[in-house]
Design a protein around this ligand. Structure first.
Ligand code: NAD
Ligand code: UDP
Length: 343
């Protein structure tokens, strides 16, 4: 019996594939490579000495999904595939709603048809509305502020409705806080297209000299140093959370869990830790606040600890060290590594 990983060539999916393979699972990946590279699969093979079965395909193509379910005995699905850029979702809401919702609906239809009812879904802390007390627990008020976040909320509701209609389903919804870092080997990591939107890939690109300086979006928040506070989580810890989530699908139900560390760090904390651990300066300039940003966001992680028997063990220093190793070994992500090999 295999685990089907949608979006398995992406940032979080690739790290999860490594942990799945190392835990003895057979892994099938479907990915349209719209935000990833085929090289990832070779890297996963090198790291684990095991191969995933790969289908280059789109979840919008139901026939492709049927082919996979016909050809394999699938036990569970981990569903990472989707579009994830907040700014782009504001500019192209139709594309975001269509891709993220239709992909998931196709998946649910085909899973049901082939009697596969275990699904782990990538949600996000972005589903928590503003005005909640910190730390955020899973019962906090939900409301998204952009189309991307609304697709996550809608999918959560879609899954809950499927469970209400058929209690054979086993849904584990994981709300990620801020995944950063890379596999400690430096072989796989985050490879954003173009200029990064998120903090850590921006920091590493400044440190390596690809970008001149980091813009800090606001230093007048009511936090310990005025800059925004987030709950950064090492991507390997996050990947391990999926292994535990899969175990939880042994029993029917619909469950949501925060995956974070429970610890908030400011933008300046991240910069200073990065500089300290890696010995590289990160020049920065303070700018105005970024529209839509919360001052503080961090997780209550007790539920995952108790019910999934999972907790993050890697700290901010590990995250900074591993993010930097990935950046240095792959100055231009997978693309550059490929041209290095061919030269
Ligand atoms: P990613 O873009 O690196 O990975 C997503 C993968 O899905 C990519 O490889 C892409 O090519 C593929 N894909 C996209 N649309 C597809 C489609 N229609 N059919 C087949 N493949 C498709 O993103 P990630 O950072 O690994 O995120 C994985 C999931 O976690 C996403 O659902 C994202 O919304 C969610 N998430 C990510 C973060 C984060 O900060 N990275 C935070 C919270 C939630
Ligand atoms: N941030 C920043 N400069 C950047 C990118 C992000 O100062 O170039 C800040 C942002 O305002 C927030 C934190 O870093 O306080 C994390 O931002 P990111 O986009 O990584 O995650 P999110 O805001 O989605 O939680």
């Amino acid at each position: 019996m295999a685990i089907l990983v949608t979006g398995g060539a992406g940032y979080i999916g690739s790290h999860t594939c490594v942990e799945l393979l190392e835990n003895g699972h057979d892994v099938i990946v479907i990915d349209n490579l719209s935000n990833s590279s085929l090289d990832v699969l070779d890297r996963i093979h090198t790291l684990t000495n095991k191969k995933v079965t790969f289908y280059k395909g789109d979840l919008l193509d139901r026939t492709m999904l049927e082919t996979i379910f016909t050809g394999h005995s699938i036990e569970s699905v981990i569903h990472f595939a989707g579009l994830k850029a907040v700014g782009e979702s504001v500019e192209q809401p139709n594309r975001y709603y269509y891709t993220n919702l239709m992909s998931t609906l196709h998946l649910l239809q085909v899973m049901d048809k082939y009697n596969v009812h275990k699904l782990v879904f990538s949600s996000s802390a972005t589903v928590y509305g503003t005005g909640n007390l910190m730390p955020l627990n899973e019962e906090a008020r939900l409301s998204a502020v952009n189309p991307y976040g609304r697709t996550k909320l809608m999918i959560e509701e879609m899954l809950a409705d499927h469970y209400r209609s058929n209690q054979a389903w086993r849904f584990i919804v994981l709300r990620y806080f801020n995944p950063i870092g890379a596999h400690p080997s430096g072989m796989i990591g985050e490879d954003p297209a173009g200029r990064p939107n998120n903090l850590m890939p921006y920091v590493t690109q400044v440190a390596v000299g690809k970008l001149p300086e980091l813009n800090i979006f606001g230093d007048d928040y009511s936090t310990h140093d005025g800059t925004g506070v987030r709950d950064y989580i090492h991507v390997v810890d996050l990947a391990l959370g999926h292994i535990q989530a899969l175990k939880k699908t042994a029993e029917p139900g619909y469950h949501t869990y925060n995956l974070g560390t429970g610890q908030g760090y400011s933008v300046l904390d991240v910069i200073h830790t990065f500089e300290e651990v890696n010995g590289n300066p990160v020049p920065y300039r303070v700018q105005g606040r970024r529209s839509g940003d919360a001052a503080v966001c961090y997780a209550d992680v007790e539920k995952a600890k108790k019910e999934l028997n999972w907790e993050a063990t890697r700290g901010l220093q590990d995250m900074c060290r591993d993010a930097w190793r990935w950046q240095v070994q792959n100055p231009n992500g997978y693309q550059k590594a490929r041209s290095f090999q061919s030269n």
